[in-house]
Design a binder for this molecule. Structure first.
Ligand SMILES: *[C@@H]1O[C@H](CO)[C@@H](O)[C@H](O)[C@H]1NC(C)=O
Ligand SMILES: *[C@@H]1O[C@H](CO)[C@@H](O)[C@H](O)[C@H]1NC(C)=O
Ligand SMILES: *[C@@H]1O[C@H](CO)[C@@H](O)[C@H](O)[C@H]1NC(C)=O
Ligand SMILES: *[C@@H]1O[C@H](CO)[C@@H](O)[C@H](O)[C@H]1NC(C)=O
Ligand SMILES: *[C@@H]1O[C@H](CO)[C@@H](O)[C@H](O)[C@H]1NC(C)=O
Ligand SMILES: *[C@@H]1O[C@H](CO)[C@@H](O)[C@H](O)[C@H]1NC(C)=O
Ligand SMILES: *[C@@H]1O[C@H](CO)[C@@H](O)[C@H](O)[C@H]1NC(C)=O
Ligand SMILES: *[C@@H]1O[C@H](CO)[C@@H](O)[C@H](O)[C@H]1NC(C)=O
Ligand SMILES: *[C@@H]1O[C@H](CO)[C@@H](O)[C@H](O)[C@H]1NC(C)=O
Ligand SMILES: *[C@@H]1O[C@H](CO)[C@@H](O)[C@H](O)[C@H]1NC(C)=O
Ligand SMILES: *[C@@H]1O[C@H](CO)[C@@H](O)[C@H](O)[C@H]1NC(C)=O
Ligand SMILES: *[C@@H]1O[C@H](CO)[C@@H](O)[C@H](O)[C@H]1NC(C)=O
Length: 426
């Protein structure tokens, strides 16, 4: 029997060296944890800071979200490379809710027709996307429903100098899902690394579980003085030879497609700038109805069991030649979503730590294509595609092994200049 107490102990254990972090009255001791509300609790913006070598991040209880991630670029200038808001209270106030940096759950991405079948029983969950006159709430469920996990305040159960653990108990029947799910998410910073571990336990009934981290990246800290977009970021998906086919509202059709070398969706044969193919009219509709760009679930098939922790090729590398900041993503997950922020329209405020200050002709908002979302995940909507055989990865009951997601984001600075045609560079 898997005990939640054991999970906390497992997740919270951490080693670090004092001294205290700047501007923070940190009082914990090595190997011990502190809880929300004490002196290591949130700052005046409702944020919890943790630090590693060359990296500093802020998290908020809302959605167990990352709100700031600071790294130095090749010029030694600090860049805040994730989208978010200046304070924790604003996340609930903003109604556009782009799932900024949080943990979508209990089932990330879309669920076809807001329903699924387990053991012959049909479950209808709450729709929240693509409303029509006949279906005013929507045709499908995105990221766990209208009150999914990244719309709720999690509990901070542990906070050390270099790690933070959040917990959420999702009650039986919430958003229509069967059974209670108890989840723990731990983020840890190391030497230019951000590691995450997500655990979820189905405590009372059999239910689908699929989590992710929904972080919006701009590796220039939205401060690139030549472009407001992230289209010059180069992306490499070394295992991304296949993708899940989707319909115009991004629901999987059941087909798995090959990404032909040189095609729009090929990021595996060589790194390519996100915007490399934006002049190709065929890119219109590639991320759903009237959307140009990517909102695509790539498979990251490797030969299991694979050791994702050491030496292996990352499932993704994102890099901006302007800042030189590069991130390599390692994960135990079998799929990886790329969203090129086609839905941004300049209405989302930048943080005070981002953007160009003192330049009047650049609005302090996120422009269309101004960011890239990268989501470690399992095959999307596999609960409605039994032929894919993903049940063991996505359906959990009491007494089962827990759902586990692990990922490691490893940062570096890479001074390679941008090259011709955006291939092998950027
Ligand atoms: C944790 O704190 C307790 C009480 O302050 C102390 O006795 C113990 O040695 C600490 N453990 C570690 C690993 O530092
Ligand atoms: C960036 O470099 C400065 C100067 O060396 C240093 O004080 C700061 O901590 C660095 N930032 C990060 C996030 O490591
Ligand atoms: C929180 O941030 C938002 C957006 O930047 C800002 O409008 C609001 O005034 C801030 N609220 C507080 C309490 O600081
Ligand atoms: C969630 O946390 C934010 C920031 O601390 C706070 O403003 C808000 O009231 C909280 N919401 C709930 C439902 O507790
Ligand atoms: C921008 O997008 C947001 C969120 O989808 C929407 O609420 C808003 O109306 C849009 N604004 C414009 C000008 O299209
Ligand atoms: C969609 O869900 C509704 C409500 O459960 C059900 O009546 C309908 O048959 C489903 N449609 C499809 C195509 O599965
Ligand atoms: C961090 O990693 C770099 C490069 O791998 C290494 O040179 C450096 O010594 C490490 N720093 C610490 C404190 O371990
Ligand atoms: C753009 O930013 C770079 C890097 O900070 C700087 O070297 C360059 O002078 C800036 N260019 C302009 C036109 O401001
Ligand atoms: C996509 O862009 C790459 C790099 O510029 C180019 O080699 C390739 O031919 C383009 N593919 C299509 C289908 O436009
Ligand atoms: C399609 O998108 C473009 C720009 O993104 C927008 O101007 C246009 O109104 C959209 N058309 C429809 C039919 O939604
Ligand atoms: C964007 O990349 C192109 C090559 O594809 C390069 O010519 C251009 O200078 C880059 N712009 C910026 C702002 O990095
Ligand atoms: C730096 O970026 C270049 C261009 O994308 C790439 O070829 C090279 O492998 C990267 N270097 C490292 C150490 O990751």
């Amino acid at each position: 029997m898997f005990r939640a107490v054991a999970v906390i102990a497992l997740l919270a254990s951490s080693t670090f060296a004092l001294p205290q972090s700047p501007g923070q009255a940190y009082t914990g001791t090595a190997g011990n944890t502190t809880v929300a509300g004490d002196s290591s609790g949130p700052d005046s913006n409702g944020k919890y800071v943790i630090e590693g070598e060359g990296i500093r991040a802020y998290f908020i209880a809302y959605g167990a979200s990352i709100s700031n991630l600071f790294l130095n670029d090749t010029s030694g200038i600090e860049r805040d490379v994730v989208a978010g808001f200046d304070n924790a209270s604003y996340y609930e106030v903003d109604r556009q809710h782009p799932h900024f940096g949080g943990v979508p759950g209990r089932y990330a991405n879309r669920i076809k027709n807001s329903s699924f079948v387990i053991d012959g029983e049909t479950y209808n969950i709450t729709p929240n996307e693509n409303p029509t006159p006949d279906n005013p709430q929507g045709l499908d469920t995105l990221h766990g429903g209208p009150d999914g996990w990244d719309w709720r305040n999690w509990t901070v159960v542990a906070h050390t100098k270099d790690s933070i653990t959040f917990s959420l108990t999702d009650p039986d029947g919430k958003e229509g899902f069967p059974g209670e799910v108890v989840s723990y998410v731990t983020y840890t910073l190391g030497n230019m690394t951000w590691d995450m571990r997500m655990v979820a336990l189905a405590t009372t009934k059999v239910t689908p579980i699929m989590l992710s981290s929904h972080t919006y990246w701009n590796l220039d800290g939205f401060a690139n003085n030549e472009t407001a977009t992230a289209l010059n970021h180069s992306l490499w998906l070394p295992y991304g030879g296949q993708r899940i086919d989707t319909d115009p509202i991004l629901i999987p059709t059941g087909d798995i497609l090959a990404n032909q070398p040189g095609s729009l969706n090929d990021f595996y044969t060589t790194p390519k700038q996100i915007g490399a193919n934006f002049s190709n009219p065929d890119l219109l509709g590639n991320c759903g109805n009237n959307c140009t760009g990517y909102d695509t679930c790539y498979l990251t098939n490797r030969i299991a069991p694979y050791d994702w922790t050491a030496g292996e090729t990352p499932v993704a590398r994102l890099r901006s030649a302007w800042s030189g900041i590069q991130v390599d993503v390692f994960t135990d997950q079998d799929a990886f979503q790329i969203y090129s922020c086609g839905g941004q329209n300049g209405s989302m405020a930048l943080k005070s730590t981002q953007g160009l200050h003192g330049v009047e002709d650049r609005p302090r908002t996120i422009q269309q294509y101004g960011c890239v979302v990268m989501e470690v995940e399992d095959w999307i909507d596999a609960i409605n595609q039994p032929a894919w055989g993903r049940q063991e990865k996505q359906i959990f009951g009491p007494g089962d092994e827990p759902y586990v997601l692990r990922a490691s984001y490893r940062f570096s600075t890479n001074e390679t200049a941008v090259g011709l045609l955006g291939v092998g560079s950027g």
